[in-house]
Design a binder for this molecule. Sequence first.
Ligand code: HEC
Length: 130
Amino acid sequence: MVLTVQSFAKLTLVLLGSVALASPSLTPMAQDHDHSAHSGEAGQVTVTAAEAEASRTLFSQYGCGSCHVLADANGYGSIGPAFDGNDALSVEHVNQIISEGQGAMPSFGGMVSEEEIETLSRYIVAKKAD
Ligand code: HEC
């Protein structure tokens, strides 16, 4: 009886030990993922080919290019600020302007899904020319 209790205690310690050993290897992975997901720096923003294609379609469909310069999406309008050569654009900023509008810039919040706005924002920051 005593032996069984001791074995159980040992087993518990061994199990706790492996959990403790396993955790450090999981933590850095989770942090890496978080880092890339929340990155707002222009140089690190990327889109897949499919996302870029969908965003180009949205960009012309919603007339962004008639007011903004973004050569990658065939936009050469000059009513709003150009995106090519614009250092002030973060994904968050672009997302907010598209969703809420600003001044003469109409809001697209009701017409485009949040997911499409998020993809379009990453696309603009990723593909704008320096
Ligand atoms: C009718 C013209 C017009 C259309 C269409 C338009 N915009 Fe704009 N946009 C503007 C103007 C004008 C501003 C400047 C607003 C201000 O600051 O007063 C602006 C500002 C912006 C900004 C902020 C730029 C900066 O340097 O801070 C972003 C990002 C933006 N627009 C994205 C878009 C996207 C994406 C679309 C298409 C979904 C779009 N716009 C469609 C006129 C337009």
